[in-house]
Design a protein around this ligand. Structure first.
Ligand SMILES: [Zn+2]
Length: 95
């Protein structure tokens, strides 16, 4: 039996307008920041961030970011550039 009106629970995705979940966005966050994603995913993550303002504070991005830098042993200049981008995106996402 198919009920055309019953379409509320078949998509476990994020808010309307984005086709990836918060988790998928987070999984790719630093590849996104590093510009290492395929163009298709760059757009998806960017689109998600623009629309979903909830995932940033929830995922404690700054802490994840610092862990990321520590794990990768990025040079300070590189880290600063990355940090600036994070803050920029956070600011844009919050407005
Ligand atoms: Zn999200």
């Amino acid at each position: 039996m198919i009920s055309p009106g019953d379409s509320g629970s078949d998509r476990m995705h994020g808010p309307r307008g984005t086709d990836i979940t918060c988790q998928e966005a987070l999984d790719r966050l630093f590849e996104f920041l590093d510009g290492e994603l395929e163009p298709e995913w760059m757009e998806r993550v960017r689109g998600h961030i623009a629309i979903c303002r909830h995932c940033w504070p929830r995922f404690d991005v700054e802490r994840v970011f610092l862990d990321h830098i520590a794990a990768r042993g990025l040079a300070p200049t590189r880290s600063r550039r990355l940090e600036r981008r994070v803050r920029e995106i956070l600011r844009n996402a919050a407005e």
